[in-house]
Design a protein around this ligand. Structure first.
Ligand code: UDP
Length: 399
């Protein structure tokens, strides 16, 4: 990997301005709620390109949102909120993030523990050969095998239809049905097809989770990258602060970028009365073992009814960390707690639309990112969403 150019190093040499208390006597033209991906990108663009003074308000004690990573007590870099893997085909997103970090190649691979065997997910030729004792050797044979198994459905309406129309009932039951129930506490038939469509089906031996052109991880850490994004003299960051507790003091700010939960912003009120959007949350059970490695892959999925966790993540694999010990996390899903995922289905879309109607009536308030748009964005989609919004914003304020 090439060294960062001088221009880029200059960006990363700046120091992030973390405030220790609310800036009572300072005015900011722009307030950004949330220091996750969306908030950091918007703040960076407004500060650097528009030269505006930006205040970023973050509820948590750290920047980086759910991408936040840190060294645990044993000195192993872990992702506090579960595995975050950057991958993209968007040239502009890749060009953008390269300015704020050095990156190392990492192509994600996942195994799934099914019938006491470890098989590749997404489903490929090896998955079928191992699970069903088949001897498929070519794409053609794999396509024929799938054709015999699938139930043809055009335009799947939900995640169950999406799965059975692509892999058939048996693989659906073994690899997707209960994983989904554990993850969402909903059956696949109760979720939009878009959730299952995230997982492709391969008719060859391709065993990478993603096939995007750019698949990298920040060389040092995501947190360092966020630090570089936010380290600009025009940006101040206020941590440990709930925006809703200080919003009255921020009336002078001309523009607000909000990256939190959309329903919270409107105090859970729509034209229909009190309403809430569900967000799925996670719990991680971290454990350090006194051995070099715990498992052969960074991520192993557990798609059967038992155990109750969905996956085990071993963080050392990500950036090829060298350490005599290893830390893993078992991931459990839950409904209460920090929001991680919107829950895409028709009912929630309707509720979202009622909140969105209110967003559209606001002036100079912008909703950006996964929680504010109630969209299951990946990292790159989140960055793109923020960059696109910024482009529009820049155009409009210049007119
Ligand atoms: N999924 C599944 N079995 C798996 C992996 C994924 O059923 O082994 C389904 C599940 O519903 C999951 C969705 O596919 O929520 C999306 O998976 P992805 O790996 O993209 O989830 P994320 O990493 O965003 O949690």
């Amino acid at each position: 990997m090439k060294k960062l150019t001088d221009k880029r190093t200059k960006i990363s040499n700046n120091k992030i301005n973390i405030l220790t208390k609310f800036p009572e006597n300072e005015d900011f033209e722009i307030v950004v709620v949330g220091a996750g991906i969306s908030g950091a990108v918007i703040a960076e663009r407004c500060a650097r390109i528009l030269r505006k003074k930006v205040l970023v308000i973050e509820k948590r004690y750290h920047i980086g949102g759910n991408c936040y990573d840190h060294f645990d007590k044993k000195g192993i870099l872990i992702h506090k909120y579960g595995p975050h893997l950057f991958h993209t085909n968007y040239e502009n997103v890749w060009k953008y993030v390269k300015k704020f970090s050095e990156w190392c190649k990492y192509e994600h691979k996942v195994l799934s523990y099914v019938d006491k065997k470890l098989v590749p997910i997404p489903v490929n030729i090896n998955t079928v050969n191992i699970l069903f004792g088949e001897h498929i050797k070519s794409e053609n044979e794999m396509k024929k095998w799938l054709e015999k198994k699938i139930i043809p459905i055009t335009n799947s309406k939900n995640s169950e239809e999406s799965a059975i129309s692509r892999v058939g009932k048996e693989l659906y039951e073994k690899m997707f049905k209960f994983y989904t129930k554990k993850q969402w506490n909903l059956w696949p038939s109760e979720l939009d097809a878009s959730v299952m469509n995230r997982i492709p089906v391969r008719t060859n031996y391709e065993d990478r989770y993603f096939t995007d052109k750019y698949q990298f991880l920040p060389k040092d850490s995501y947190t360092k990258m966020f630090n570089n994004l936010l380290a600009h003299p025009n940006i101040k960051v206020l941590l440990n602060t709930d925006y809703f507790k200080v919003r009255k003091k921020l009336k002078k700010a001309k523009y607000l970028f909000y990256t939190g939960q959309i329903d919270r912003f409107f105090n859970y009120r729509t034209e229909k009365g009190r309403e809430r959007l569900p967000y799925r949350s996670l719990r991680f059970k971290f454990k350090t073992y006194n051995k070099k490695y715990f498992q052969k892959n960074s991520v192993i999925n557990y798609p059967e009814k038992k155990p109750s966790f969905t996956r085990i993540v071993e963080y050392k694999h990500f950036t090829k960390q060298k350490h005599p010990k290893t830390t893993i996390s078992r991931e459990f899903s839950k409904s209460k707690g920090e929001p991680y995922y919107p829950v895409p289905n028709p009912k929630n879309k309707e509720i979202f639309e009622r909140f969105k109607k209110q967003v559209d009536k606001l002036k100079n308030v912008f909703f950006v990112g996964r929680l504010a748009n109630y969209q299951y964005f990946n990292i790159d989609q989140t960055i793109k969403n923020a960059l696109d919004l910024f482009k529009e914003f820049k155009k409009n304020i210049k007119e």
